[in-house]
Design a protein around this ligand. Structure first.
Ligand code: SF4
Length: 457
């Protein structure tokens, strides 16, 4: 089935056209040969010689990827006990695919209305993380909007306060806002509670943390690491081809900037993950060009990327959808092929993640048979722990994980963020709770009466 994208009138230089044949590309994939971009395009389109997706060929690609997954990582399916603690939804960048941000000016004292979003102080963050760590989580993921008052540290604030036209470099003093988010360094120090692993500061956030200065990304990540940062999420990558970025996120750093930041993070000893956000205006050539960038980056950073995370574009409530640039996201066929080709193309990254947040439980399990081997994390959140029993689907308990993973005949394994520590879970030995965290003793993260209702797929 073709994707219901309002085949945009966008004229891209890169098109999914190749001189390769599907059969040759499949043969190379089955043999474990390194794939070219042309090979990847043939596999992702199930052949550029046919219109739409050929289901027989699709099954062949999925089978090859599932076999490769088995050879590389076996039958274990990993997941992590983690918490999401996003600091703020205030942002001025205006990416056209984003449904997370709230206009930063709505957070100012002078705004005559109520903002729909939130900002947390460092003290708020500390309390939230401390509570979650005491429950047993051992990773906190924090990705935030680019709040105009957020700066790297006090030295950065001084530099921006002295600027001639601070608004031009997206700086507004914190006293203009209802809530002061502090600095990135303050937030990281606050979240570094009791040995928890802090996964934060995307390349875009790092760019925000050096705006208005000539500081290098190395300098920025060095200071962030000293404040408690452990690994960097490779989000904000979207599609690493500038002709696509120019359409969906013109205010963001370009491909070269994103890659420079990631290399800098690795150079100061931080671990990395990598993502792709697909299913909007891009075509299959762009997707595979993105994979090629990630594969080259992994070589330059000497294997620092632990996992690759395909993220299917969620179109609802986004400007791209509301303005009629797209009429939907990727189809399930496209999702399956994206996972499979990621596994086959990225021969230097061991782990491919299936995101239950994007695909739902049923779809997420299906992706585990298309080449994926990691099933994200519990994603405990403040909203869940505070308002127990509400309709919050963004949480998976260890019970859920054991049930889901064993239902497809695979082995549930709790892992640390960097995959260095792993614990195989015996499905016959409940109760199930995290054991790898500094305060994890096997107790389930939430009491039964605190468990949220399951999400709709
Ligand atoms: S930078 Fe873009 S994706 Fe990130 S919060 Fe702001 S508008 Fe959304």
């Amino acid at each position: 089935m073709d994707r219901p994208v309002a085949e945009t009138d966008l004229e891209f230089d890169h098109r999914p056209e190749t001189d390769q044949s599907f059969e040759n590309a499949l043969e190379k994939a089955r043999n474990g040969d390194r794939l070219t971009v042309e090979d990847g395009v043939e596999l992702l389109t199930t052949g550029t010689d046919v219109a739409g997706i050929d289901w027989r060929r699709k099954e062949q690609v999925l089978e090859a990827a599932d076999r490769r997954r088995q050879e590389v990582v076996g039958d274990e399916v990993t997941f992590v006990a983690n918490l999401n603690n996003n600091v703020t939804t205030a942002c001025t960048v205006g990416c056209l695919f984003c449904n997370f941000k709230d206009s930063a000016h709505t957070f100012e004292h002078e705004y005559d209305g109520e903002t729909a979003g939130f900002t947390k102080t460092p003290a708020d963050s500390r309390e939230i993380v401390r509570d979650a760590v005491s429950r047993g989580i051992y990773e906190v993921t924090s990705v935030s909007g680019l709040h105009p008052a957020l700066v790297l540290d006090e030295e950065h604030r001084e530099a921006l306060e002295a600027h001639d036209a601070p608004r031009q470099i997206d700086y507004v003093p914190p006293d203009r806002y209802e809530t002061d988010p502090g600095t990135y360094v303050d937030q990281l120090r606050a979240m570094s509670v009791d040995g928890v692993h802090v996964h934060s500061m995307t390349p875009e956030e790092a760019a925000h943390a050096r705006r208005g200065t000539d500081w290098s990304y190395e300098e920025v990540y060095r200071r962030l690491k000293a404040a408690g940062l452990d690994t960097v999420p490779g989000t904000a990558a979207e599609i690493l081809v500038d002709e696509v970025r120019d359409v969906i996120c013109p205010g963001k750093i370009d491909t070269a900037g994103w890659l420079e930041a990631m290399e800098a993070a690795a150079s100061v000893g931080l671990g990395l993950t990598a993502t792709i956000m697909y299913g909007h205006v891009e075509n299959e050539a762009h997707r595979v060009m993105h994979l090629a960038e990630i594969r080259r980056l992994q070589e330059r950073v000497d294997g620092a990327i632990t996992e690759f995370v395909p993220l299917s574009f969620v179109h609802q409530n986004t400007p791209l959808y509301e303005h009629g640039v797209v009429s939907g996201g990727a189809t399930r066929d496209e999702d399956e092929l994206m996972i499979a080709v990621s596994r086959l193309f990225l021969d230097n990254i061991d782990h491919v993640q299936s995101s239950w947040v994007k695909y739902g439980d049923e779809g997420g399990l299906k992706m585990l048979t298309c080449g994926a081997d990691d099933f994200m994390g519990t994603i405990l959140s403040e909203e869940i722990t505070k308002r127990a029993g509400g309709q919050y689907g963004e949480f998976r308990s260890f019970d859920d994980y054991v049930e889901l993973i064993t239902s497809i005949g695979r082995v549930p394994v709790e892992r640390s963020t960097d995959y260095e520590e792993r614990r195989v879970i015996d499905p016959d030995d409940p109760p199930f709770g995290p054991q790898l965290g500094p305060k994890a003793d096997g107790t389930p993260l939430l009491e039964p009466d605190e468990r949220p209702l399951p999400a709709d797929d």
